[in-house]
Design a protein around this ligand. Structure first.
Ligand SMILES: [Ca+2]
Length: 371
C-alpha cells in the first residue's frame, strides 16, 4: 500500500529554546512536511524570533523552507491601527469605525486599548535592550544565535498573509502548529474569514485547563501573550486542538536525557545540548525540578499523531480583563443554562486531557538523538 503524503505543516513560532526543539523534531518527522515557518513575539520579540527561525533552518540545512515574519504587536493594536487607517483614508465612515471598535472592546473597556499600547511599547523597549544579551524579558527562553554570513531572508509576505495564501493553495490540507501567542492566526481570520474553513487544522500550544498557569496562577504564557487573539481563535469555528499545561507538564525531559543528547552523534542533539543549559537552570529555580517540561515538542507531536493524547470537547473562552487576564475557561456543555451566556452558540474545540508520556519522550529522544 502506498504511503500517505506527509501532512503539510506550518509552524507559527517564537523561538525560543523549546520552539527550537519542536522545529528540529518536525524536520526529523517523516509523517509531516514543514512547508513554512511564521514568527511571532513571545519568548523574544518578533524580529529576533525571525532571526532565530532563519538560523535554525540554516543549522538544519533547510533554508528552502520559507519564514514569514509575524506581527510585532497584539491583535487589538493591529485592529486599532487598521480602523485608524481606514478612517484616516476615508475607507470607512467614522461612525462605523467607532462602532466596530466599541463592539470589539466593549463599551466600558476602551481603556484596555491604552493599556495595550503602553504595554507593548514598554515590551518593545525591554526587548530591544534584551536582544543584545540574548536574554528574554518575558520569562521565556532564548539564546544568542551565531549568525552565519549566509544570506537567508524572511519572506516578503506577512505571517497572516502567508497563512491565508497556503490555506487557499491547499484547502483543508494544511495544519498550523501554533507555538506562541495567537496573534498571526487571529489576524489571518480577521483578514480572511474563510481561513477557518480552508485551514485543515490548528493545533495550538496554549492554555491551562483546570490547572495553574505559567505566567501567574491564572494564565499560561502563550495565551497571556495575546488573550484577545486567543479568544478570536478559540471561537472561530476552525478545527482546533488545544494542548495545554495540564498535559505538557506531564512530559518531562530529565537531566540524563539531556546528557544522551550531548553524547549522541545527531547534529540536532548536540546543538540542543548546548542551548538547553539555561532552560534546565530555569526549571531548577522555578519548579525545583531536575528536568524540563517539553511543552512545544509535545504540541508538535499532537499534530503528527493525535492518538498520543486523549481529548475532551467543549467551548473555550479566554478572560481578557482583570487579574485572571489570559485564563482559559473550558465549558463542557453538560448544563443548559437558563440565561444566555458568552459561551452559548460558540463552536466547540478539542482540548487534550491525558498524554502517553513515555511514548512522547521516547519519540522526542529518538528523533533528536539520531539526526
Ligand atoms: Ca513557543
Amino acid at each position: 500500500m502506498a504511503m500517505a503524503d506527509p501532512k503539510k505543516i506550518i509552524i507559527d513560532t517564537d523561538p525560543g529554546i523549546d520552539d527550537a526543539m519542536a522545529i528540529f523534531l518536525a524536520l526529523r518527522s517523516p509523517e509531516i512536511k514543514v512547508i513554512g515557518l511564521t514568527t511571532i513575539y513571545g519568548n523574544v520579540y518578533t524580529t529576533l524570533a525571525t532571526t532565530n527561525a532563519l538560523h535554525l533552518l540554516e543549522v538544519a540545512g533547510r533554508t528552502d523552507i520559507p519564514v514569514a515574519e509575524g506581527s510585532h504587536v497584539s491583535y487589538s493594536v493591529n485592529l486599532f491601527a487598521f480602523l485608524f487607517y481606514a478612517h484616516s483614508t476615508r475607507k470607512c465612515p467614522k461612525v462605523s469605525c467607532t462602532c466596530s471598535l466599541i463592539s470589539f472592546l466593549g463599551e466600558n473597556n476602551l481603556w484596555r486599548l491604552h493599556t495595550f499600547l503602553i504595554f507593548f511599547f514598554v515590551q518593545c523597549q525591554e526587548s530591544d535592550k534584551a536582544s543584545s544579551s540574548g536574554l528574554c524579558p518575558w520569562g521565556g527562553w532564548t539564546w544568542k544565535p551565531e549568525l552565519s554570513s549566509a544570506k537567508v531572508e524572511a519572506d516578503k509576505k506577512s505571517a497572516a498573509e502567508y497563512l491565508i495564501e497556503q490555506a487557499n493553495l491547499y484547502p483543508g490540507e494544511v495544519t498550523v502548529v501554533a507555538l506562541g501567542p495567537l496573534t498571526n492566526i487571529a489576524l489571518a481570520i480577521q483578514l480572511e474569514p474563510a481561513f477557518t474553513k480552508r485551514i485543515g487544522q490548528i493545533v495550538l500550544l496554549g492554555g491551562a485547563y483546570a490547572v495553574n498557569g505559567s505566567v501567574n496562577p491564572a494564565a499560561e504564557t502563550n495565551i497571556f501573550g495575546d488573550p484577545e487573539a486567543a479568544d478570536v481563535v478559540f471561537t472561530s469555528g476552525a478545527d482546533l486542538l488545544a494542548i495545554g499545561m495540564n498535559v505538557t507538564r506531564q512530559v518531562i525531559m530529565k537531566d540524563h536525557d539531556r546528557d544522551k543528547l550531548g553524547q549522541s552523534d545527531g547534529m540536532f542533539g548536540k546543538y540542543l545540548y548546548k542551548i538547553l543549559d539555561h532552560y534546565f537552570s530555569y526549571h531548577r529555580d522555578a519548579y525545583s525540578m531536575k528536568g524540563i517540561y517539553l511543552h512545544d515538542p509535545t504540541a508538535l507531536l499532537a499534530a503528527i499523531n493525535p492518538s498520543l493524547m486523549t481529548y475532551t470537547e467543549g467551548v473555550v473562552r479566554v478572560q481578557t480583563t482583570g487579574i485572571t487576564r489570559g485564563m482559559t475557561l473550558f465549558f463542557n456543555k453538560q448544563k443548559r443554562f437558563n440565561k444566555e451566556t458568552e459561551w452559548c452558540n460558540k463552536p466547540t474545540v478539542k482540548v487534550a486531557v491525558t498524554v502517553d508520556t513515555p511514548a512522547v519522550v521516547k519519540l522526542v529522544m529518538e528523533r533528536l538523538m539520531y539526526s
